[in-house]
Structure formats: C-alpha cells, structure tokens
Design a protein around this ligand. Structure first.
Ligand SMILES: *Cc1c(COP(=O)(O)O)cnc(C)c1O
Length: 459
C-alpha cells in the first residue's frame, strides 16, 4: 500500500488536554451525556465536527492581515466574489455569517407556504429553514443511501423516478427549487455522480424547476468523481467542480467546511432577480451586502481557502485520511457505513449496540461511551438528530442510527486517528456494558444541540 503523508508541515502547535477516566466520567455527566455540551477543555481529540475546525494555511493567515474593514465595498468582498466566480462559476455572490445564513435567505425568498422542496436527504439546518418558510421537505435520494451496508459508489445520487413522481403529483409550480447536496452529509458524506447531476438537471429543466446546490462539501464530491467516475481520472478537481456547479442555478455554502475557514459562508446565484432580492434580506439579517456578517479579513481568508480547497494534493490527502480511519476500523471488525464518505466515518450504532432499541437512543449512548473510553468527542446522527414530526409530534425514526466521527481539515495526524480506532476497538469488546439513555430535557427545535440525558439503568 502507498503511504500518503500530510502534504503540509507543522508551523505552530496547540497542546491537547489529557484527562483521566474519572475526570471524563464526571465531565460527561455534567454535560447531560450530550457531547455537544462538553467543554472543549475536557476533550482530547475533537471529532465532533469538521465545521469551522479547519487549520488555516500560512497564506490564509497572511490574508487575515489584509482585511479592509470598510462598511461597504471592501476589497476583500471583491476578492471573494472573484474566487467564487473563478472556482464555482456563479455570477452573483452574497456573503453570509455561515451556511445557514444563506439557507435562511434562499428559503425565505423562494418558498411559499405549502410548497414542496425535494432534496437528496435532509440536513438539519437546511430542512429547518425550509419548514420555517412553510415548505415541506421531500426526500428524493436513492434507496441505497439509507442502507449502511450498500457499497454503491455514489450513494448521494438523486432517484430520478422519485423526483419526477413528486413533480407530477404536486405540479412543478409548487416546487420552488431542488435542494441538491454534494456530498450528502446525513448519508455519511456520500457523493453524487456527474452523470446523476447531469440527468437531474435535465429533468428539472424539463419542468422549469431551478436547482440550488448545498455545496458545503463540493470539493470532496469532486474528488470522488475524479477517483470513481469513468472519464474523469485525467480531470483536475477544479475542472470537475466547475462542471458540477454548471448543472445548478446557484448554491448555498458553509465556508466552515470545504472553504477551510473558521467562520463564513455565502449564497451564490446566476439569477439577477434572486440576487437583488437577496441583497434586501441580507441587510436585515446578516449585514450590508458586501460583508454579510463577516469581517473583511474573514472574507479574504475564505477567498484564499476557496482556491486551496481544489488543489489536488490537498483534497486527495483529505479524503484519504478519512478513509485511513475506516481501514483501521474495518481491521477491528467495527460496524460502520460503507463506503467511507468524504468528511467522516459513521459508526453504525444499531449493529454496535444491538441490545438497545431505537427508543434507548443507541447512537447518543455510543457517542457518550466513546468519550468516556478515550476522550474522543463525536456526535449523534440518529433519532435524536432527526427530531419530531411537526404534525404528529412523534419521534422521527430514521433507518440510520449513526455516530459521526468527523475529521477536521489539516488538524490531526493519521496517528491521532489510530488512537481513535484503538479506542473504538476497546469499547467494542465490552459493548454489552453500554446502557441506553433517556431524555431529561428536550428543546423544541434542533434538539440534538442542547438536549440532556441520563442513563436508563442508573449508572
Ligand atoms: C454545516 C452544513 C450546513 C449549514 O452550514 P453552517 O455553516 O453550519 O450554518 C448546511 N448543509 C450542510 C450539508 C452542512 O454540513
């Protein structure tokens, strides 16, 4: 096997907290068994999220010194706009404080109450904004995406038959846009193929339905196309991304993921009409249209990050490092979602903890146990994240009950990931001892962020 080392070297280090097991037990109890509520000072290896946790490059830090903090018309905005035009190919750019700021603007502009918004699986904030605007989210991803054992190479693909059936059932006029995620976070960071993007675009054009990308991890998706899709091996990731984006009318972007910054996002579109309307809303909720809630220096760092994210050496190592963790887990026979996605490995909590029912919150329980075992922080992506159905008030029971082990970009070495695999292996050997959890506090929206739990069996 070829060994691929980090295509960067370390210029500054940050000390990691090392707690004892007893201290970790106390910390998770204080946190209500919710890893979101742990203090980061209590975490050894923080794999909660890849959002805003990237290490910036020396070029990006240098860019931070070039902040033009003018209220309007900052030169950093024009550099950001140019980076988006060059790399994504969209004409109009509205910066926002992060991805959900862009989702808020797009949803409130385009969705009328009672509309249907199809998407290749839901994402928490995306769907919450669609529902807030009165829309109904409809999942049109292929069935394989819901099967953790399927090794389909493009599990993020849109099921064209499902999409067309929806368009025929409700009428294209009730569908303001298709929300197309590349890669699909909730399916395990799974990519969409270029062929599927092309066909989806054709179908939507036939009915006059616009396509907006959730482009949060678009560079990772482009890498998978280069790796797996026939005819793309000789194309650069930058060229592939440009072609992908050509099948949409615009995108929302969380810069905190693929753009390699700690804060920021944007809405991009080719529609002058949408852009104009967006500049009105952005002023109300984010800031003036040339800063959208960001400092000039943040826009400059994002402009540099956008160009770095499509460098072939960087993105190849990024995706391979995540896969490295998958290979280690596979060697230990630990159940996880196949194939490994672009930003995370998703442990399959149903198979890890078969003695727990879904009402006993297996993924939440596994995330808490993994923290106590090793100081590694991960996140639940199962029934707690899925929330309650707004009509019936019942839990939504997703088929996937997962623990997301998310790898920040350029932060940890592959040896840190070996430690994680080792901890999971130790825990797997004593998995029968892991008890389920129950809610003791449940907020009404996005409950996974702040809910508190206690063990069902006492302690
Ligand atoms: C993180 C994320 C968002 C929201 O972006 P924020 O920057 O966290 O507001 C939207 N969609 C997907 C797929 C994401 O992963």
């Amino acid at each position: 096997m070829d060994i691929q080392a980090e295509p960067y070297r370390i210029k500054m280090v940050e000390k990691l907290p090392m707690l004892s097991r007893r201290e970790r037990e106390e910390a998770i109890e204080r946190a209500g068994y919710n890893t979101f509520l742990l203090r980061s000072d209590d975490v050894y290896i923080d794999l909660l999220t890849d959002s805003g946790t990237s290490a910036m490059s020396d070029e990006q830090w240098a860019a931070m010194m070039l902040g033009d903090e003018a209220y309007s018309g900052s030169r950093n905005f024009f550099n950001l706009e140019k980076a988006v035009r060059d790399i994504y190919g969209f004409e109009y750019v509205t910066p926002t404080h992060q991805g959900r700021g862009a989702e808020h603007i797009l949803s409130s502009l385009l969705i009328e109450p009672g509309d249907y918004v199809p998407g290749n699986m839901y994402f928490t904030t995306t769907r919450a904004h669609q529902e807030r605007a009165g829309g109904n989210f409809v999942d049109v991803i292929i069935d394989e995406a819901h099967d953790p054992a399927s090794d389909h190479p493009f599990k993020g693909n849109v099921d064209l038959a499902k999409l067309e059936m929806l368009i025929k059932n409700v009428g294209p006029e009730r569908i303001p846009y298709l929300s197309l995620a590349v890669t699909v976070n909730m399916a395990g960071g799974q990519p969409v193929s270029m062929k599927n993007l092309r066909q989806t675009r054709e179908l939507c054009s036939q009915y006059g339905v616009p396509v907006y990308f959730d482009a949060t991890r678009c560079a990772e998706n482009a890498y998978f196309i280069q790796e797996r899709e026939e005819g793309y091996q000789d194309h650069s990731v930058a060229d592939i991304l440009k072609e992908m984006m050509s099948y949409g009318d615009g995108c929302t972007m969380s810069g905190k993921k693929d753009c390699l910054v700690n804060i920021g996002g944007f809405l991009a579109t080719d529609s002058a009409e949408v852009y104009e309307a967006a500049t009105e809303i952005v002023t109300l909720f984010e800031g003036f249209p040339t800063y959208g809630g960001l400092a000039g220096r943040d826009m400059e760092a994002m402009a540099v990050g956008i160009r770095e994210m499509v460098e072939d050496d960087y993105i190849s190592h990024r995706v391979q490092q995540v896969r490295h963790l998958g290979i280690r887990l596979e060697e230990a026979s630990i159940p996880f979602v196949q194939p490994v996605g672009g930003h995370a490995v998703f442990l399959d909590a149903r198979r890890f903890l078969p003695h727990l029912s879904q009402d006993e919150l297996p993924a939440q329980s596994l995330a808490a146990a993994l923290y106590v075992e090793s100081g590694v922080r991960t996140m639940e992506r199962g029934v707690v994240s899925a929330g309650r159905d707004p009509d019936s008030g019942e839990h939504r029971y997703p088929r996937l009950e997962l623990v997301r082990v998310t790898i920040p970009r350029r932060v940890y070495t592959s040896q840190h990931l070996d430690v994680v695999a080792n901890a999971a292996e130790n825990l797997y050997r004593k998995r029968e001892n892991i008890s389920g959890l129950k809610f003791v506090y449940e907020p009404s929206v996005l409950r996974f962020f702040t809910a508190r739990f206690e063990p069902i069996s006492g302690k």
